[in-house]
Design a protein around this ligand. Sequence first.
Ligand code: HSE
Length: 452
Amino acid sequence: MAFKIGLLGLGTVGTGTAKILLDPQGRHPLLQELKLHRVGVNSLDKPREVQLPAGVLQTDLTEIVTDPDIEIVVELLGGLEPARSLILKAIEHRKHVVTANKAVISRYGNEIFQAANEAGVYVLLEAAVAGGIPAIAPLTQSLVVNRIQSITGIVNGTTNYILSRMQTEGAGFEGVLAQAQALGYAEADPTADVDGYDAADKIAILASLAYSGEIDLEAVHREGIRQINATDISYADRLGFAVKLLAIAKPDPTQDTYQRDRLQVRVHPTLVPKDHPLASVNGVNNAIVVEGDPLGQVVFSGPGAGAGATASAVTADILNIAATLKVEELEAQTLSQQFPDQQPRTKVDVPHPLLSCQHQHACQIVPMEDLVTRFYARVLSPDRPGVIGKVGTCFGKFGVSLESVVQIDRKGEIAEIVVITHDVREGDFRQALAELVETDPIDSIPSVLRVL
Ligand code: HSE
């Protein structure tokens, strides 16, 4: 038995995947039954890091997704098109699909999962979130009986690298970004990473699978890290926090009962207490903390990108599909041996319920003004008696209770007052800030960050 694979894309992850498929020795024995049948690329002339068997490489991608011999299509092209259309065409031709494409799945997951379920094929996407770290399989299989109370992750390596270096070196964002670009840790156009788009795609996918619902990506609150500066990182550090770009999904805690269709889904820089497992995840690493009932807390961490790590997740998905196909084939063989006189049974596709993705409802996303969280704010004011009192009075008027108020530094005549609040409704806090900034003698409020 050999399961024929059609691979689309031979970039970093495609090359890593081809390398594993072509070097099965010492890995799971089922890998030896996978055959890299065709590989689709844009150009045949480009030098390749992997030696492919003769005749495998081709440029007609449609031919691959419609090839009757191919059972599993592995989409590693990235980007929206032609990836989305090729995935749908592969499904139409009853191919199982493995993809690492977070942009396509976060936007078109519903359409793709529906098409796959109708065609009786699987779409697996472990590599789309946090590279080599198991995140999808835990949420859809290992932890599936839990009520997922929260998913909190560092799911973007580029921003974690930048923030970690800002923290250890006391450096500014622009300088560290330029160095990260020179070292290949950040793209020439860093928008997708530093403005939080990549993390938003990933948390939308995790939320949709953990809560079995469709997530409107446009409704996911997204803030990046461009506004983070060395001053706030230094204050946060002195107050016992690390600054991290967090992606968070959780059911609306203001509801009386646990509901999977009303969620907070958000990406923003956050002050993380230093004793939290995410505070010490540094550099390009990713980590995801899942809280479940009755499980409690589990932490998954490791390399969130890179050829080997991501290919490890891709190939495990391929193997999972091959394993279910093999069970089906063995079952059919056994039946025909036991009942040789009977007609071969008509194949009825009953998808493995923990491998197929299904949205059971549309999730409503809670507006940020209704979020209840702690805040950090840095307030600038001429250093005069009574200023801290005025800050406290203004916050008190809007029901904002303060956990700490400190004046650590002074720049000339201007004092820097740093406030950490207790839990407060975001809408109330924003109203207090709007009034505070107009209060004499307050000069400005240059930074406001949420606290985990
Ligand atoms: N650009 C992503 C990151 C890796 O920095 O984590 C791929 O998802």
